[in-house]
Ligand binder design. Structure first.
Ligand code: HEC
Length: 166
């Protein structure tokens, strides 16, 4: 009897795992549709968001850009540089924004705790707290380089929540 119970419990958890897998790939597919085929991969995020809406200020060729100053250490001038800088922590932010220095831009698997997400999504920003860094010290970036669409924002969220892989 015990074995039978255990066997059916195992069968149940296998079925749940299979369902979760199916749900997961459906979600991936949805994201890949909304981000124009880029999926939740970093290259997709780079092409559809960072190089398009952000590189004008966070890039080596941006006027006045000095790594580690004002625009923090974010260098979006290539996918490799963008990934490396996003894995670091904010530095060089001044004035009101200085409270966010030393906060991780990306916490793999946890978009809600990622400064990058707080900077492009109002709901995340409103709830964001990391030391003294909060909604009052994170600047909104979602409309600085042209307004981000919901699909772009969700593409970034899916990439972070999926483990922020390169
Ligand atoms: C018009 C210039 C400009 C554009 C475009 C821009 N940024 Fe920024 N960004 C800045 C500046 C300047 C700062 C420093 C904080 C400030 O002055 O508000 C900053 C700060 C940040 C920070 C540090 C935390 C914060 O929000 O204060 C992040 C993360 C960030 N930007 C991400 C992005 C992303 C992602 C995009 C594209 C969707 C983007 N930025 C587009 C100028 C820009």
């Amino acid at each position: 009897m015990k074995t039978a119970l255990r066997t059916s419990a195992l069968a149940l958890s296998l079925a749940v795992a299979a369902l979760e897998l199916a749900g997961c790939s459906a979600a991936d597919e949805a994201v890949s549709n909304v981000t124009g085929g880029g999926g939740s991969s970093f290259d997709g995020v780079y092409t559809t968001v960072l190089s398009k809406n952000c590189n004008g200020c966070h890039g080596a060729s941006a006027p006045g850009y000095n790594p580690g100053e004002t625009e923090s250490t974010l260098d979006f001038s290539s996918a490799d540089k963008a990934y490396t800088s996003l894995l670091g922590k904010a530095a060089g932010l001044t004035g009101n924004n200085a409270a966010c220095n030393d906060v991780a831009f990306v916490v793999p698997g946890d978009a809600a705790k990622s400064l990058l997400m707080a900077s492009i999504d109002r709901a995340t920003r409103t709830a964001f707290v990391s030391g003294g860094c909060n909604k009052d010290s994170v600047s909104a970036m979602e409309s600085r380089g042209g307004t981000l669409t919901a699909a772009q924002v969700e593409g970034v969220r899916a990439w972070i929540n999926g483990g922020a892989k390169r």
